[in-house]
Design a protein around this ligand. Structure first.
Ligand code: ATP
Ligand code: CA
Ligand code: CA
Length: 446
């Protein structure tokens, strides 16, 4: 796997922000997890807690440091003051449990050294995306309006994902805000990365069911082979979600339930993100080596690799023992030694994917033939970007675009129709290889 994004280290412009985000997450998540579990109350959905961090971080910042929170033993060289807000911590704790996340694992993933890689701002919205080092989690900065909206719908979202263990909607694990002195407020969510750390994704599509502006210039693919393609590219390539009868039905039913919620909450502009792994192509190289190169510090080009991490793969038993130790360490709030971090299996399945029907084929959803036998592709898919409320802005956009284009085609149509069109499009492209071949034969015989 090619390195995705830019590693956020001390020289990166957003290092301080990223550092603050992770420090805040670590602090607030451990704080909530340290308490005895309890039932949620209505107040939990509105809860917010504010914390002030005022600490020294040494120039040669170490993992121990991040985990221990005391800079006393080390010579301080820079001071980081920031404020951190934690929203609905109990609700998110329950959500993480609901999605099957291990609390210790979550913290370790989000607080490893060389913590994040930044994907810059892939969308038009100006949001930034950061991957955790092990590639399991994504931090997405969101607009204040999206933040307010998520808080407003949190209870509906919570009830929905509880009732729908196979939901295709983005899995939200935390909602927070950071603010540095004189800086602006940055709201962000932690969510699942749909794509796996251990498998090459050969093509990525972001589908909305609209055709206007939904074309990625294929000429640019050469320079940017991992680019996300859109609806028109999908249609032009005659691409399908190859699901046999059983999977097709389960998929369609779940998508309908999820979209129904989005319609009820007046949400729009979401997409079905689809990453396709072609089993015939497989992974380019030995996957474990590659994973390690990407995710271990020093594993990138031009840097000295760290032999202990690159050459040694822990046994299952060893990993289990280490995981137990890690849990204990985190419980006791002691710093985690670097060598133990390195022993964490990099290709472990994302926890949030273990219980969900759509993420059970090695973290994805494998294509099937008409007889329901496994096919040649694995899909990594889900409904993303689902925090856009059909607000005034969208209505204005609707008005402006409506002047120029065929009305039903534009993407900013009201949520009810947006959802119907979305379902229609995604359902229409769910088709087995056999069905596609048959249809082509019929067409040419006529
Ligand atoms: P816009 O509003 O302009 O569409 P945005 O900033 O809200 O953009 P998203 O649409 O959420 O961004 O995501 C942009 C891209 O980031 C997606 O097309 C996809 O490539 C990647 N991405 C987003 N969410 C995930 C996820 N959960 N897993 C993997 N990749 C993701
Ligand atoms: Ca989007
Ligand atoms: Ca968006």
């Amino acid at each position: 796997r090619v390195v995705v994004g830019t590693k956020v280290d001390q020289n990166h412009v957003n290092w301080v922000t990223a550092y603050n985000m992770l420090t805040g997450i670590r602090f607030t998540v451990s704080r909530t997890n340290a308490k005895m579990d309890r039932e949620l109350t209505d107040a939990d959905f509105d809860a917010k807690h504010k914390f002030s961090f005022d600490m020294y971080v040494p120039a040669n910042f170490s993992l121990q440091h991040l985990l221990s929170f005391t800079g006393n033993e080390l010579t301080p060289s820079a001071k980081y003051d920031f404020k951190f807000k934690d929203y609905a911590p109990w609700v998110f704790r329950h959500l993480r449990t609901n999605f099957g996340l291990d609390p210790a694992d979550y913290l370790v993933s989000l607080t490893s050294k060389y913590i994040l890689s930044e994907l810059g701002s892939p969308g038009k919205s100006g949001s930034f995306f950061y991957f955790s080092r092990d590639y399991k989690y994504i931090i997405k900065t969101i607009h204040h309006a999206e933040h307010k909206f998520l808080r407003k719908i949190l209870k509906d979202y919570y009830n929905h994902v509880k009732d729908n263990p196979n939901t295709l909607l983005s899995q939200f694990y935390g909602l927070h805000r950071v603010k540095i002195p004189y800086g602006r407020k940055i709201h962000f969510v932690v969510m699942n990365n749909l794509f796996p750390p251990h498998r090459d994704i050969h093509r990525t599509f972001d589908l909305k069911g609209s055709t206007i502006g939904r074309d990625f210039a294929e000429a640019e693919l050469e320079a940017n082979p991992r680019a996300t393609l859109k609806d028109l590219n999908w249609l032009r390539r005659d691409q399908h979600l190859e699901f046999g009868p059983t999977k097709k039905q389960v998929f369609a039913e779940q998508m309908q339930k999820d979209v129904k919620l989005l319609q009820r909450l007046h949400i729009m502009d979401y997409s079905m993100l689809i990453g396709i792994h072609d089993l015939e192509k497989g992974n380019e190289e030995n996957l474990r080596d590659k994973t390690l190169q990407v995710f271990q510090p020093g594993g990138e080009q031009g840097e000295e690799p760290q032999p202990a991490m690159l050459t040694r793969t822990p046994s299952k038993l060893e990993s289990a023992r280490k995981a137990k130790e890690l849990r204990q360490i985190i419980k006791n709030q002691k710093p985690v030694p670097m060598d133990q971090m390195a022993l964490k299996m990099p290709d472990e399945l994302h926890d949030g994917k273990k219980n969900n029907y759509f993420y059970t084929d090695d973290g994805g959803f494998r294509a099937t033939h008409e007889d329901d036998n496994p096919g040649e592709e694995v899909y990594y898919l889900g409904i993303i970007d689902c925090l856009t409320h059909y607000s005034l802005i969208k209505r204005i956009e609707h008005f402006i675009k409506g002047l120029a284009n065929d009305e039903p085609q534009i993407s900013a149509i009201p949520p009810e129709r947006y959802g119907d069109r979305f379902i229609r499009f995604i359902s229409s492209v769910s088709k087995t290889r056999e069905a596609t071949t048959r249809e082509k034969a019929e067409e040419s015989s006529q």
